[in-house]
Each structure stands twice: as C-alpha cells, then as structure tokens.
Design a protein around this ligand. Structure first.
Ligand code: PMT
Length: 222
C-alpha cells in the first residue's frame, strides 16, 4: 500500500561500531553511536518492513516493532547477518576492518623490560560484500564513510561490493556523521545521484527509507 510500502518485506540492518578484543579488558573500536542505523531501522519498521537490527555495542533504545540482536565483533555481526536472510540488507555499521590476530587470554601487563607490546592485526570479513554474494542475494545498500573524495570512493565501494545503492556521508565534518544528531548524504546507484541536505538523522532516515522502498519496488520486487 502507499503508506506501508515495505509491508511483508524482510529488512536486515547493521548499526553501531564493532568491538575487537585485544585482551579481556581492552578493545579496538570507533566513534559510531548507532544513531543513524537505529533511526533507519525505526523508519523502515514504520513503512511496514519486518526489521532485524544487528547492533554493535551502543547505548540506544530498541526502536518499536524491531527485532534487535546485539553483537560485539565483526565476526559475530557477520554470523548474525548470515543467520537472518532478508529482501533488503543495509550496512550502516562502522565495522572494524581489522581485528587483533591473537587475543591475549589474560590482561596484558605493563612490562618495563620488553617495552611496548606489538599488536598484530588481520583483516575482518566484509559483511556487506559477503551478503551481496549470497544466492539469492537481497538488495544491498551500503554506507560510505569518507573524509575526502567522498563520491569517488563511494562509487568504488558501490561497484566493488556489488551494491544496489550506496549512501555516502562526509565524516570529516563533525557536525554530521559519527555520533552527531545530524547527517547529510548523497545516494548513488548505477544511474542515480540524489543529494539529501543536512538534517536530523531521524528525518534523513525517514527520507532514505522511502527512497530505498521505491528503489526496491522499481528494481527488485519480482
Ligand atoms: O552510528 P552514527 O554515530 O550515527 O554514525 C553514522 C555513520 C557515520 C557510522 C554511518 O552513517 C556510516 O557511514 N556507516 C558506515 C561506516 C563505515 O564503516 O563505512 P565504510 O566506508 O568503512 O564501509 C563501507 C560499507 O561496508 C558500510 O556499509 C559498512 O557497513 C560495510 N562494511 C565495511 C567493512 C566490513 N568489514 N564489513 C562491512 O559490511
């Protein structure tokens, strides 16, 4: 229907940071608050979607009518994504690209003799790319968090990760992006470029959810 364009559509979305353990008390992470992804999950649910929200460690309330799964690491986030097949998959999480190769079993001690410890990092799986390679694959929507050449890098990610849409945001501007209440975005696909001006993440999410619903009906609904 017009008011519930995502009725009966399964939508899985990742949000927030991932946390990659160093030892039992320390980790590597980033400044993602989860606000953008949680707002999008809420908007999609309002449009009728059956939403699964896979959340990294954030301090936010679960949007109404949304199934939430809490995870910590990128590997856990990938497992949850694979276990919840969808018609539309949105990657809004700021997934750590690398994790610590050998997580210490005990708290790493400060040691004057051996000096500063060296952390060996290994690459994490790319969740969005892995989901886009499933068969059947959902319509995949990525975010691109860039600090320069925003659209060029976003188009590269669109192609490399085989996405239907990429939502590019400039995270060099602290008024928008990570942890702010506001955001602005350019949505890119093979043949579209739409600018969404700076506004609250709640209202941007509302507009993006409508845009994603339209794209889904025009290109994916079989
Ligand atoms: O959480 P907030 O504080 O509200 O901030 C919102 C945000 C800035 C985090 C969000 O709008 C955003 O841009 N999210 C994507 C952050 C990111 O890590 O982008 P990226 O350009 O590094 O990754 C590109 C895409 O691949 C993203 O959809 C990401 O979820 C996905 N990815 C990346 C690496 C990886 N190992 N697996 C992935 O799925």
């Amino acid at each position: 229907s017009v008011s519930k364009p995502l009725a009966g559509v399964r939508l899985t979305i990742t949000a927030g940071p991932t946390r990659e353990a160093i030892d039992p008390v320390r980790y590597i992470s980033n400044h993602s608050s989860g606000k953008m992804g949680f707002a999008l999950a809420q908007s999609a649910a309002k449009l009728g979607a059956e939403v699964t929200l896979i959340a990294g460690p954030v301090d936010l309330q679960t949007p109404t009518g949304v199934k939430r799964l809490d995870v910590e690491s990128a590997q856990e986030m990938l497992e949850a994504a694979l276990a919840n097949p969808s018609d539309i998959f949105i990657g809004c999480a700021a997934v750590a690209d690398y994790r610590v190769a050998n997580i210490a079993e005990h708290k790493i001690k400060k040691n004057a003799q051996s000096g500063a410890p060296q952390l060996e990092l290994i690459e994490n799986p790319d969740i969005l790319k892995t989901i886009a390679e499933q068969n059947p694959a959902p319509m995949c929507v990525g975010f691109a968090a860039e600090t320069r050449d925003v659209e060029t890098y976003a188009i590269d990610k669109l192609k490399r990760k085989k996405l239907a849409l990429i939502i590019a945001n400039d995270v060099s501007n602290s008024d928008i992006g990570f942890n702010s209440d506001n955001n602005a975005a350019v949505v890119l696909s093979a043949d579209e470029r739409v600018v969404f001006e700076q506004q609250s993440k709640t209202s941007l999410a509302h507009q993006l959810a409508h845009y994603i619903a339209n794209h889904f009906h025009q290109n994916f609904r079989r």
